[in-house]
Design a protein. Structure first.
Lengths: 217, 217
DNA sequence: TAATTTTTTTAGATTAGTCTAAATTTTTTA
DNA sequence: TAAAAAATTTAGACTAATCTAAAAAAATTA
């Protein structure tokens, strides 16, 4: 049985590893976990002893197979609880993350399998992120950013790459929700902002900053 | 914000206080929390400093008003999660306690109020125990034990005073569930076992040991 | 490539919660 | 009510997770 803290380190290493071959640096982990590099060093030694990470002093860390499996099981729990909070308890997608950060550490396999069934085996969380299966495997989809779509193309909004409440609330105000259809009318030469036609009914100007964080297919 | 451990001590003091005027003893707490008396002494000092308990060395402890309010809020969360587990996730009443022991420490007032609403504002948990309100107040019902009911009387099973999985599973096998009607036919002179007519359809012999732990009205 | 800067690790402390063993207080009993 | 027993507290230590400050290694730059 691993501690909340250990589970959080594994999860953080997993997220920081996405899209790189290299190991995750001590400083990056200290930033993400709101601790100091010295504390991270200590913890990395312990996780390495337990066989959850590959660690050599002064080189970064990567997860072992077992470490990645555990990280994905924590992420599975997090995302399933997020679905519960959003769909059953009517929390906004900007509110679910903080609560799921606690719920993800509840230890009961049966609980999470029954929750999965209760929710109807959802494949995605409220932010469009895929939910790993009980074996700790997660399908990897490759989505494009709205900022990379060429003019005239029509796409579907499938996710976000930024999960802060501020960003999600901004999308709420703009009426941008998962699954909506976006037709890229024009990209401004001046500030790269995007004019989009939403669900064929109304036009909206989306800043480049926002467009970079909208995932579409 | 109080730690899991502190919340558990408060809850334990609350339960051990039921039905006594005197304070709870250090040893009783050590037994209930699976720790040693020395550890309990340490913790009692800390809880007293925080104003959650009334504590004088070598005398027992009682909860302050604030301590009792907090204990009841933890119990509220525990019991609401038990209802969720039993009614929504189809866990047996013998399984819900262990999982709720973890869920009761999730910190979010909004979560628990939304959960309460989602469950339809239940008044009792799956064992028939009343659920405290958001202010930390709990109605106190006075139930009798089946073992105290005189022959010929008809009562309704409303709760249990023993919550172990073994006991609850025993009741399941006997077909004794909350809400069933029990007519006391005869009490054995020999072993005090009780012959009861259940829901007017079948007769069952209930041992004195079981009858003592069945609450009826 | 030598010097400087940055990153990382080590050393030594701290806190919460726990422990054992010893000391102290209270309760029981003779 | 004095002695014995039981209950409780204190003393001192341990572990996990953290910290600051100092040392060491790696990376960058001149």
């Amino acid at each position: 049985m691993y501690s909340f803290t250990e589970e959080n380190y594994l999860k953080t290493i997993f997220y920081l590893s996405i899209g790189t071959q290299e190991g995750v640096s001590t400083n990056a982990l200290a930033d993400s976990t709101n601790t100091r590099a010295a504390s991270v060093s200590d913890m990395l030694k312990r996780l390495a002893e337990k066989g959850l990470i590959n660690y050599q002093k002064y080189r970064g860390v990567t997860l072992t197979e077992e470490g990645e499996r555990l990280a994905l099981l924590v992420i599975r729990k997090h995302r399933l609880w997020e679905v519960f909070l959003a769909e059953k308890l009517q929390f906004g997608w900007d509110e679910v993350h903080v609560i799921a950060e606690e719920l993800e550490h509840i230890r009961s396999e049966r609980l999470i399998e029954k929750l999965d069934a209760f929710l109807g085996y959802p494949k995605f969380d409220p932010h469009g992120d895929p939910i790993p299966n009980a074996a700790g495997e997660m399908p990897r989809f490759i989505y494009r950013k709205l900022s990379e779509i060429v003019e005239g193309t029509t796409v579907i909004m499938t996710g976000v790459s930024e999960h802060s409440p501020a960003f999600l609330q901004h999308l709420d105000k703009a009426g941008l929700t998962l699954g909506c259809q976006l037709k890229v009318n024009e990209i401004s030469d001046f500030d790269k902002s995007v004019s989009v036609l939403i669900d064929n009914v109304r036009t909206l100007f989306v800043s480049h900053e926002v467009a970079k964080n909208l995932l579409v297919k």
